[in-house]
Design a protein around this ligand. Structure first.
Ligand SMILES: C[S@@+](CC[C@H](N)C(=O)[O-])C[C@H]1O[C@@H](n2cnc3c(N)ncnc32)[C@H](O)[C@@H]1O
Length: 279
């Protein structure tokens, strides 16, 4: 058991049921591929955070891996890493990843962080990635993360902002589908842009931010991510927007053809990384 175990509890927090992308094997594979894609940016980000020797680190909403491997390496064999996720299948897969990678200082728990008022400050670093964008309670989660770190410790967050997510040449089908999806996604798809302000609101200081983006071409798996999301959210789109089945089929078919045109590129969402210190 990690030294920081007492800070977690076995109940579902607000927002826990909001992860609408689910926990299918397809989603697991998507998240692991995304971990590999984002690994260099995450490593550079984590390296900027000064940690004491034997640090205790937390990855909240770790999914099937998150940045557990990077944190494990960073805190070393005498430090500890706790990975929390509120989905049983995700914690099972995270344990598999930890076993396969031989990360002896990492513990995975199917538990939630307590609300800020009930938290124990046990971590030197509390991190989450792509958790806030999928929830309706980002302030509560940041409050819990801030409360979970010791004075002088760090909260680090990585979230997308869909603002930069565009195809070139532009296409009306892209804009329509992206706008409709933003409304049913479950969280604020522009949360990345709000991170520095939200960290300040959580009572943290020394706020810093940086950002990355990526470009895709026909054949790259992320060239058609918007279409994958559209199919995953098809039922919600049909239920919660004015879109008809015929329009859905027409939009997705048209966009599929456009994204596969030889010269169509896609600029990814902006990955915003922000960190702040607890006074
Ligand atoms: C998009 S995935 C990101 C996984 C991982 N952080 C990464 O970057 O690959 C979001 C994860 O957060 C988990 N989750 C959602 N709400 C949560 C909450 N309130 N507390 C802990 N985990 C949560 C979901 O089960 C899912 O595994």
């Amino acid at each position: 058991m990690s030294r920081a175990s007492a800070a977690v509890r076995d109940v579902d927090p607000p927002g826990a049921a909001d992860y609408l992308l689910g926990s299918s094997c397809v989603e697991r594979e998507r998240l692991l591929a995304q971990c590999a894609l984002l690994r260099p940016a995450a490593a550079a980000f984590i390296d900027t955070i000064p940690l004491p020797p034997d640090a205790d680190a937390l990855d909240l909403g770790c999914g099937p891996l998150g940045i557990l491997d990077l944190l494990s390496e960073r805190v070393g064999p005498t430090g500890s890493v706790t990975g929390l996720d509120t989905d049983h299948r995700m914690t099972g897969w995270a344990r598999e990843s930890v076993g396969q990678l031989g990360l002896g200082n990492v513990e995975i728990r199917h538990e939630a962080l307590p609300p800020a008022a009930e938290a124990n400050a046990l971590y030197d670093l509390a991190h989450c990635r792509l958790l806030l964008i999928n929830t309706t309670g980002p302030r509560e989660i940041l409050g819990s993360l801030a409360a979970a770190v010791r004075p002088g410790g760090w909260v680090a967050v990585q979230e997308f902002d869909w603002a930069t997510w565009q195809c070139d040449p532009p296409h009306p089908a892209w804009n329509r589908l992206k706008d409709l999806l933003a409304g049913v996604f479950g969280g604020d798809v522009h949360i990345g842009a709000r991170l520095p302000g939200l960290l300040r609101e959580a009572g943290l200081t020394d706020v810093q931010a940086t950002a990355h983006t990526y470009y895709w071409h026909p054949g790259d798996r992320y060239q058609t991510l918007l279409l994958s999301f559209a199919h995953l959210f098809r039922d919600r789109l049909l239920r919660h927007t004015s879109l008809t089945i015929e329009e859905f089929d027409s939009l997705t078919n048209t966009l599929h053809a456009h994204l596969n045109e030889r010269h169509t590129t896609v600029r990814e969402s902006l990955l915003v990384q922000s960190r702040a210190r607890k006074p």
